[in-house]
Design a protein around this ligand. Structure first.
Ligand code: SME
Length: 159
């Protein structure tokens, strides 16, 4: 698999995000990642809408599952634990929510602002084991850039 220059992608994303609007920027992040990172079939945000539910946000790819409870799936685990989840073979994970039968591996990065969960960025690939340490660090860096460039609204009031 060719190496992706995530430092370059990060600089390009910094330029692309020229507003502080969360809806515009989150849509741009999805389109940018979907087109710049090879071998993906879905990229999108799920945002926290209730104390235990994620709702579908901007995405690229086929229509997807909505809503997703915190208690289920790879996205739910990322939201609960506020840690990145990387799954090399989704068929081996009983808890995986299959929105698209083509998906074989998955990377889910929590979007956390001042310790509070806002949502997650979910990447799916039709290739098993698509995501390496380099991909994980690179995409986490892009999420950090999104957070730095965006006024994140509270879509859910944490108690
Ligand atoms: N597979 C995810 C659900 C979201 S879709 O992949 C778009 C999960 O198990 O949480």
């Amino acid at each position: 698999m060719p190496q992706i220059d995530y430092a370059l992608l990060n600089r390009q994303l910094e330029t692309l995000l020229d507003t502080r609007d969360w809806l515009t920027n989150s849509a741009q992040v999805c389109a940018f990642v979907f087109h710049e990172v090879p071998d993906l079939n879905w990229v999108g945000f799920y945002v926290q809408r209730t104390s235990e539910m994620l709702g579908l946000g901007p995405f690229q790819g086929k229509p997807a599952c909505h809503p997703i409870p915190f208690s289920k799936g790879v996205c739910g685990a990322a939201a609960r634990q506020k840690t990145t989840q990387r799954v090399d073979d989704v068929h081996a994970i009983a808890d995986h929510i299959a929105c698209d039968a083509d998906s074989r591996s998955e990377l889910v990065i929590p979007v956390v602002m001042e310790g509070e969960l806002w949502g997650v960025l979910d990447l799916d690939s039709p290739i098993p084991g698509r995501f390496s340490d380099v991909d994980q660090e690179g995409i986490e860096r892009l999420v950090a850039t999104f957070l730095r460039h965006t006024d994140i609204p509270l879509l859910f009031e944490h108690q």
